[in-house]
Ligand binder design. Structure first.
Ligand SMILES: [Fe+2]
Ligand SMILES: [Fe+2]
Length: 286
């Protein structure tokens, strides 16, 4: 199979996860700056399960509000429209994939742990640099590797090929894909994100998270996700977080240097928030 055949097969798979219809409806309303809180709440309340999950999320340690928030309207006012939409996308995406896929050594809970760590890191990079919306960056981090789950679930033969190349030749997943497949998880993920009608920046971030393109339209946004993924991968190999800058795009090195003098120290400050994200999204029954 070549790249086009793989993507065409992906388009034909019936049981591929979709996002709940309220995400599309919310996107439509949120494009209009005059949309009222009532319209937003009414839209969310069409899906009671999601409305409940939003309340659970705002009351979780992840947001850390002191008093209990018991109605949706307050939750929307406190979080803001964009954060609410992103929370719904995050919850839906995690719930739309099976919690257990055991294929060779692919462990989906490890996968989501990595994705959440990248999500929180990327959100904090956005807060520090002030260039992008922290909530959008959270979703970008959460989704950047979604193509891997698609490979594992729907293209098990391709996944196995990558996995054995990776193990035999001591390569990273992405390097093994470049060597052994006509496609990679970044392309597959971007294809799915386009199908989900997610914003262009998000599609680009998924597409270029291993291969930063400074000239792309959403370069600032892509850069956040690329850097967060780089940091988390480096941290997994070395908790002292000595980054191998020879593998990092020079533009991103500049961006990182401007952002913080000591990435290690900065990252240590994020671990509490990462743990709170794990316990809400992975351990609680959302
Ligand atoms: Fe990746
Ligand atoms: Fe990643």
């Amino acid at each position: 199979m070549d790249e086009q055949q793989i993507l065409a097969k992906l388009d034909r798979i019936k049981e591929i996860p979709t996002l709940p219809t309220i995400v599309f409806e919310l996107n439509k309303h949120l494009r209009d700056p005059d949309t009222s809180i009532k319209t937003v709440c009414d839209t969310i309340e069409k899906d009671q399960a999601i409305a409940l999950k939003i309340l659970k999320l705002v009351n979780s340690a992840f947001y850390g509000f002191k008093s209990k928030i018991s109605d949706l309207r307050n939750a929307v006012v406190l979080l803001g429209y964009n954060a609410v939409r992103n929370a719904i996308v995050s919850i839906s995406v995690i719930n739309s994939f099976p919690k257990r896929v055991k294929l060779m050594d692919f462990d989906i809970s490890q996968f989501w742990k990595h994705s959440l760590a990248v999500a929180v890191t990327s959100k904090n990079i956005a807060q520090l640099s002030g260039k992008e919306s922290p909530d959008n960056c959270f979703v970008g981090g959460l989704l950047h590797d979604v193509g891997k789950v698609i490979l594992a679930q729907y293209f098990p033969n391709l996944f196995e090929t990558v996995w054995s190349t990776l193990q035999n030749e001591h390569l990273t997943f992405y390097e093994a894909e470049q060597k052994s497949l006509p496609i990679d998880h970044a392309k597959i993920g971007a294809h799915l994100a386009a199908k989900w009608q997610l914003p262009q920046g998000l599609i680009e971030a998924i597409r270029w998270h291993h291969d930063f393109q400074p000239q792309s339209k959403s370069a600032n946004f892509v850069q956040n996700i690329y850097l967060a993924n780089f940091i988390i991968n480096a941290y997994d190999l070395d908790p002292e977080l000595r980054l191998d800058l020879s593998n990092m795009h020079p533009e991103v090195i500049k961006f990182m240097m401007n952002m913080t003098e000591d990435v290690g120290d900065w990252y240590t400050g994020l671990t509490g928030e990462i743990d709170a994200a794990y316990s809400f999204f992975l351990e609680s029954d959302i």
